[in-house]
Design a protein around this ligand. Structure first.
Ligand code: PRP
Length: 180
């Protein structure tokens, strides 16, 4: 598993430090109330678990499952809800928690949907931002790191459902997906 990465972009220590900073920033911005954190399955699960513990205001937690990639390395632009929220967003300050924003299609769809459902506010935190791959316009309130347009795995991010449990973030060797 470790040999499949051609390099490490962010170590466990880099991740720990940046998550703590994001938690402090979010705590400051939401100091007057409760926050409704929505993790987008499955990639964001590791980041979500670390981030909520770094936030010092009450957090209501929920998850949404959406599909856009269908086991391929390129986005289709189509987004479907596979698992919806258990709680209503109406009147709540929503924070969408993503592992990575790539084309932006998933996030554009989620922001539009949650605003339409009556959220009081909708903001986004993403651990990684692949800004050079963006196709849809999205506003990101908090970002961990910007990453290059390469195949990134680890800390929740997968290739064909593998590598999510790598504790660091790395770039996958090209030969592993080029002929897939
Ligand atoms: C990834 C990621 C985002 C989305 C970003 O999820 O977690 O939700 O893709 O891509 P976009 O900006 O091009 O829309 P994916 O669909 O791979 O599912 P996963 O989280 O279960 O791995």
């Amino acid at each position: 598993m470790h040999r499949d990465c051609k390099c490490i972009l962010f170590t466990e220590e880099d991740i720990r430090r940046r998550v703590a900073e994001l938690g402090e920033e979010i705590t400051r911005d939401y100091s007057s109330g409760q926050l409704f954190a929505i993790g987008i399955l499955k990639g964001s699960v590791l980041f979500f678990a670390d981030l909520v513990r770094a936030i010092q205001v009450p957090v209501l937690m929920d998850f949404m499952g959406v599909s856009s990639y269908q086991n391929r390395s390129e986005t289709s632009g189509e987004v479907r809800i596979l698992k919806d929220l258990d709680f209503s967003v109406e009147g709540r300050d929503v924070l969408i928690v993503e592992d990575i924003v790539d084309s932006g299609y998933t996030l554009r769809y989620l922001c539009d949907t949650l605003e339409r459902r009556g959220a009081k506010s909708v903001k986004v935190v993403t651990f990684l931002d692949k800004a050079s791959a963006r196709r849809a316009e999205v506003e990101i309130a908090y970002r961990g790191f910007e990453v290059p347009n390469a195949f990134i795995v680890g800390y929740g991010l997968d290739y064909a459902e593998q590598y999510r449990n790598l504790p660091y973030i790395g770039i996958l060797r090209e030969e592993l997906y080029q002929h897939a």
